[in-house]
Design a binder for this molecule. Structure first.
Ligand SMILES: [Zn+2]
Ligand SMILES: [Zn+2]
Length: 105
């Protein structure tokens, strides 16, 4: 995909690589609140050091110490990571993930 160069240096706002939503970053959000995809740009959360750039696909969600966590897997390199769920995330999309989890177990 050919993204414009002006866009690369901006940490916060990004276009969702999956559904195309323009996501307004607030310093914490690194995934799309609508489809819950993000991009593999971090080695550790927030560092933006990964060069992979693959799409991180939401696999499931789970509760960890009272906090909902999103499990995402990079469709490019296969790395799995956990991501905090944010208030603005689409509740239906989260429910969908929860349903998938139940269906698998
Ligand atoms: Zn999206
Ligand atoms: Zn990756």
């Amino acid at each position: 995909m050919n993204t414009s160069k002006t866009f690369q240096k901006r940490k916060e706002d990004f276009l969702c690589g999956h559904c195309g939503l323009a996501v307004m970053g607030n310093g914490y959000t690194n995934h799309c609140p609508r489809c819950l995809y993000s991009k593999h740009v971090d080695v550790f959360p927030g560092d933006r050091l990964a060069v992979c750039g693959g799409l991180m696909e939401p696999l499931s969600c789970e509760k960890e110490r009272g906090q909902e966590k999103l499990i995402q897997r990079c469709i490019h390199c296969g790395m799995v990571r956990k991501n905090k769920v944010h208030e603005q995330d689409d509740f239906e999309a989260l429910l969908e993930l929860a349903r998938k989890r139940v269906a698998r177990s």
